[in-house]
Design a protein around this ligand. Sequence first.
Ligand code: NAD
Ligand code: LMR
Length: 328
Amino acid sequence: MVKVVICGAAGGIGQPLSLLLKQSDLISHLALFDVVNAPGVAADLSHINTRSKVTGHGKEAMSEALKDAHTVVIPAGVPRKPGMSRDDLFKINAGIIRDLAEGVANNCPNAFVLVISNPVNSTVPIVCEVLKKHGVFNPKKVFGISTLDVVRSSRFVSEVNPAVDPSTRVTVVGGHSGVTIVPLLSQIPGGFVDGLSEEKLGELTHRIQYGGDEVVKAKDGAGSATLSMAYAGARFTLKLLEATVAGKSGLVESSYVNLDADVEHTAEFKSKTGLDYFAQDVEFGTEGVSKIIPLPEVSAYEKKLLEAAIPELKINIAKGASFITDSA
Ligand code: NAD
Ligand code: LMR
């Protein structure tokens, strides 16, 4: 039974995510932090008759919210509007994430930090660099949430071939934006890709890579994915809690992590690609990352996708890291 903090809890993702986490018996205290409306959302949720206590914390109370947290989930920041890339959010969200990471370093330096705010490819390096600056960085404990790409892949694959159950796990690697999202559809059991034309494979891959844009366009200026993200965020958070609090083993989710979290399985990949961060299937243990599962044998088509993803990821990572390392 642990304290979980949601930063950005009154937002489009924050509210349904808090609702989903309120249902977990692994959480004893759900602390909702936001610069607006946190007390209202907390009062509402606190009437639900599950075990956890719910508290709301406004603008001036970040430290109080974060104090002694076991896990901090961060969906704080601005979402996209049509025509924007995730990288366009950097200008505003980088500073928000930096300040929240400072709060983590000062109030709950041992917490697991789960980053939802975009651009994830850059916001995760920001968190890691802030924690390094404070001497409290543990690469096994910082996660970029790319689960929505996996959730979408499973759904879209089942739409293309109804014989594939929508709960079928799809491995998605790389990062969380456009070409950096690399679904490894060749890994789906039952020869799924063998039944697809080259054109269909291209269309499906593109839909997965740009699934976020579908929602941004449909919401027409009112934001990006919130409900599907809350589902994905809760799935990730609860799995991590099952491993770290309840001690369950063998639980796996894809996550965008610092590759030093598991040097044994990433050293070769790191030196070959020059990447410090990458989304890959991660097995959870009581300390967070217990194993980064090495990339499987990929198809020639997926190899090309990876080649396109790597240079873009490097730019995104450098942008996030230097936002902290280049500041005084
Ligand atoms: P939103 O605008 O509805 O909610 C964001 C909330 O953050 C607001 O309530 C706002 O008050 C709060 N906030 C702003 N600055 C804050 C600060 N300094 N401290 C605490 N709270 C603060 O946006 P949303 O739709 O919930 O999206 C949030 C973020 O999540 C966006 O950056 C979006 O791009 C990202 N996102 C990521 C994924 C993913 O797959 N990782 C999916 C969807 C959205
Ligand atoms: C998503 O994939 O839905 C999120 O990253 C939000 C966005 O901007 O598309």
